[in-house]
Design a protein around this ligand. Structure first.
Ligand code: S3P
Length: 177
């Protein structure tokens, strides 16, 4: 199946961009299944993301993300929300793009940081200053920019973001509904 693009919709973007909420809304509107890479990893490992980071470290977590990505190759027609760091390694974005139409939810890094900090449970934020988070965001930009579609979420609520994503998908002929 390598090289063949399936018809999933894959949401990528920094922590706090609203990938999960928007993914659920899209799944409901389109009558499709929703799956999240973080949930796949937590279910497989039987422990939370902060526990995985604490007990086996970030590198192992990134390997688990690679495995989740492989498992996703079996899916089609689903809405997939990825962890913020999943596409940000050499070769990852190519694999992500093979799954279907990739939508990047972008926003102002300060807003993303504020939202992600409110929700909590994000080991990548622990002990990092806002300047460090901004640097991490900048490092990740070249990967996110390889998405097929980019949506600026600044100032928008989840419903409005989902509506914009749907409109962009229709325009790209990625969905019929
Ligand atoms: C991470 C983002 C998280 C989760 C893990 C690492 C990252 O997902 O995968 O904590 O490296 O940006 P969200 O983007 O859903 O917060």
């Amino acid at each position: 199946m390598r090289g063949m693009r399936r018809d999933n919709i894959v949401l990528v973007g920094f922590m706090g961009a609203g990938k999960s909420v928007c993914g659920r809304l899209l799944a409901r509107r389109l009558g499709r299944c929703f799956v999240e890479t973080d949930d796949m990893i937590v279910a497989r490992e039987g422990r939370s993301i902060p526990e995985i980071f604490r007990e086996v470290g970030e590198e192992r977590f990134r390997q688990l993300e690679a495995e989740a990505l492989e498992a996703l190759a079996l899916k089609s027609g689903e809405i997939i929300a990825t962890g913020g760091g999943l596409p940000c390694r050499e070769g990852r974005m190519e694999l992500v793009r093979e799954l279907g139409t990739v939508v990047w939810l972008d926003g102002d890094v300060r807003e993303l940081h504020a939202r992600a900090s409110r929700i909590g449970d994000r080991p990548m934020l622990d002990g990092r200053s806002l300047a460090e988070i901004e640097a991490l965001y900048r490092l990740r930009l070249p990967y996110y920019r390889r998405a097929h579609i980019a949506i600026d979420t600044r100032g928008l609520g989840a419903d409005q973001v989902a509506a914009r994503v749907l409109a962009a998908l229709r325009e790209a002929h990625a969905v019929r509904a």
